[in-house]
Design a protein around this ligand. Structure first.
Ligand SMILES: Cc1ncc(C[n+]2csc(CCOP(=O)(O)OP(=O)(O)O)c2C)c(N)n1
Length: 324
């Protein structure tokens, strides 16, 4: 492992922020404090953090209905995220977007998306803009295994491949699309194999190992920046929590979930590796966790106190005004 301690701390801080943020959101939702629906990213932290470790604030990502982790990994702040999920005026979208529409353009996070498969062509469009402006930016599209069976997947990848756009398609294969297991909807073992049909590289990585994701995404980002076009990455992982908070999960056993949690938890994987390699100590990891937990508690406290958006704001921000 050739990463320095500062970088490793950064990775752990981001993964832990996602884990603790999501645990807190689950608790608040079940406590009746949050409106709407929430879909948690627990167990998939290594994918967003590993991919985004290769990006700058100028690069773009598009996200899914399970988007909190993508936001945090790209550098969005937990305070306006929390406020947004509470529906408060201090949130990223002034409380009018909620969990599935958090965006932070200042760090290139183009938005979570309630439409499954809705991110492909936003990413392709962002990549096309980058190519035309010759900025060297790349765009990453995160999407689920269920979303890979939508027509927009094929349209988006085909156009990106034909035009050699700087876009990376990152499939988070967590084995489930709502209540449907992957193998009952998809005949092939690896979604990455579909890349062949578009003449681009298709790579499988271990989505529970942040280092595997970092290496895989690094090659794809370099290829995109060099003008050689897109890559399809499939990060194999598992959806630890229900599809949404409150999902009774009648479609799988608790033992199956526990097995994955015991064997493949990306945070435990990370801790075991860095401690065994004597790069960080358990005390370093505990200190990061405490710091993150305090930050999230503070975000909850502030979000609870914050006002709801004013009625006069109801139709504000529906259309962009004053584009120069
Ligand atoms: C176009 C569209 N079809 C259906 C839905 C309902 N829906 C919401 S999430 C979901 C499953 C998505 O599964 P996957 O893409 O594997 O993502 P995961 O939830 O596993 O992260 C479905 C069918 C939707 N939101 N949008």
């Amino acid at each position: 492992m050739k990463h320095d301690a500062e970088f490793l701390r950064h990775l752990y801080r981001r993964m832990t922020s996602i884990r603790l943020f999501e645990e807190k959101i689950g608790e608040l939702f079940l406590g009746g404090e949050l409106p709407g629906f929430v879909h948690l990213y627990i167990g998939e932290e290594a994918i967003a953090v590993g991919v985004c470790a290769n990006l700058t604030d100028q690069d773009y990502i598009t996200s899914t209905h399970r988007g909190h982790g993508h936001c945090i990994a790209k550098g969005a702040q937990v305070r306006p995220m929390m406020a947004e999920i509470f529906g408060k005026a201090t949130g990223y979208c002034k409380g009018k977007g909620g969990s599935m529409h958090i965006a932070d353009f200042s760090v290139g996070m183009l938005g979570a998306n309630g439409v499954v498969g809705g991110g492909y062509n936003l990413a392709v469009g962002a990549a096309l803009a980058a190519q035309m402006r010759k900025t060297g930016q790349v765009a990453v599209c995160f999407f689920g295994d269920g979303a890979s069976n939508r027509g927009t997947f094929h349209e988006g990848i085909n156009m990106a491949a034909a035009w050699k756009l700087p876009v990376i398609f990152v499939n988070e294969n967590n084995q489930w699309a709502s209540t449907t297991p992957y193998r009952t909807t998809t005949a092939i073992e690896d979604i990455a194999d579909r890349a062949k049909a578009y003449g681009i590289p298709g790579v499988v990585c271990d989505g529970n190992d942040v280092f595997s994701v970092i290496e895989t995404a690094k090659a794809a980002v370099e290829r995109a920046r060099a003008g050689d076009g897109p890559t399809l990455i499939e990060a194999k992982t598992y959806r630890i929590k229900g599809h949404f908070v409150g999902d009774p999960e009648m479609y799988r056993t608790k033992a199956e979930v526990q097995k994955h949690l015991d064997e493949n938890d990306p945070l435990k994987n990370f801790a075991n590796k860095v401690i065994a390699a004597k790069l960080l100590k358990q005390a370093d990891l505990d200190a990061i966790r405490d710091e993150v937990a305090r930050e999230i508690e503070q975000a909850v406290g502030e979000a609870r106190q914050a006002p709801y958006p004013d009625e006069s704001e109801l139709f504000a921000d529906l259309y962009v005004e004053g584009v120069k």
